[in-house]
Design a protein around this ligand. Structure first.
Ligand code: BTN
Length: 267
């Protein structure tokens, strides 16, 4: 169980997490946060649940969210253009990867657009959703799913190969309250850099934590599947891929999979 009192003792943020809505079990913290945000909640309010029954991932996927994980959503109200909202995913993933590195000496990596990997396997996903009124942005809900004290054996079989958890990597449970407060502190720090016009700086730090630039990948988006070499992530957060014939494409959304080089022993 997450003790909110213990969490609050450690929390050193100015606003993120200062208001906390705790649920033992709920459908999806993103859904709860969206409902709350409609009721004039202050920026930085966080919804956390021990367990989600209808956890959601990107592209309408299910997000497996049993007890032992850290499942939470932050309500943010940045004064930015709706088109800039995906940048908040970079802000968040940078902060989370750095926190995992600092606290547990894990070689956490970021993967475009919203994943954090450890040893090439997904340990955390981010679901950033915006709510607009006409053309104006009302608020942003940033949902974070961090596989913490969860046994990999409990994951659905088809996820096991590509997934990992803190328990799996560290061979022990971590103190969720401490981890949670440190995560929110780091997220708030990067978020303030972002609000002060520092996205370039965030992106440079983010790029230092990814191994995907220069790799041959397959990008699948709603339209099609493309193969090419990742050149960069541009200043808008788009993935820049050189596909066959030297044609350069920029992706705003999609799934990326590294195309494995053939094993030399078999050449
Ligand atoms: C992804 O990798 O596709 C994003 C996963 C995001 C999961 C988190 S768990 C807390 C919040 N509530 C949800 O329903 N989803 C996000």
């Amino acid at each position: 169980m997450i003790s909110i009192d213990k969490f609050k003792e450690n929390l050193k943020t100015r606003f993120i997490g200062q208001t906390m809505y705790y649920y033992k079990i709920t459908s999806s913290t993103n859904d709860v946060a969206k409902k709350l945000a409609g009721e004039k909640i202050e920026e930085g309010a966080v919804v956390v649940a021990e367990e989600q029954t209808r956890g959601r991932g990107r592209l309408g996927r299910k997000w497996f969210s049993p007890k032992g994980g850290l499942w939470f959503s932050m309500i943010l109200k940045p004064e930015i253009k709706t088109a800039d909202v995906p940048k908040i995913t970079f802000v968040t993933s940078l902060a989370i990867a750095n926190t995992l590195r600092k606290l547990f000496s894990l070689k956490a990596e970021v993967k475009w657009p919203n994943d954090i990997l450890v040893n090439g396997k997904k340990i955390c996903g981010i679901l950033t959703e915006s709510v607009t009124s006409g053309k104006s942005l009302k608020y942003v809900v940033v949902g974070v799913g961090l596989n913490s004290n969860v046994d990999l054996k409990n994951f659905p079989r088809k996820l096991r190969e590509s997934t990992t958890t803190l328990r799996e990597e560290l061979k022990k449970n971590v103190e969720l309250e401490h981890l949670f407060s440190k995560l929110l502190f780091q997220i708030e720090r990067e978020y303030r850099v972002f609000l002060n016009g520092g996205f370039k700086n965030i992106l440079n730090k983010w790029k230092n934590l990814t191994s995907f630039i220069g790799r041959k990948v397959e990008v699948v988006n709603v339209r099609s599947k493309y193969t090419g070499v990742v050149q960069d992530v541009d200043c808008e957060g788009r993935l820049v891929v050189e596909t066959s014939g030297g044609f350069v494409r920029r992706f705003t959304a999609g799934d990326v999979r590294v195309v494995k080089r053939p094993n030399k022993d078999y050449l």
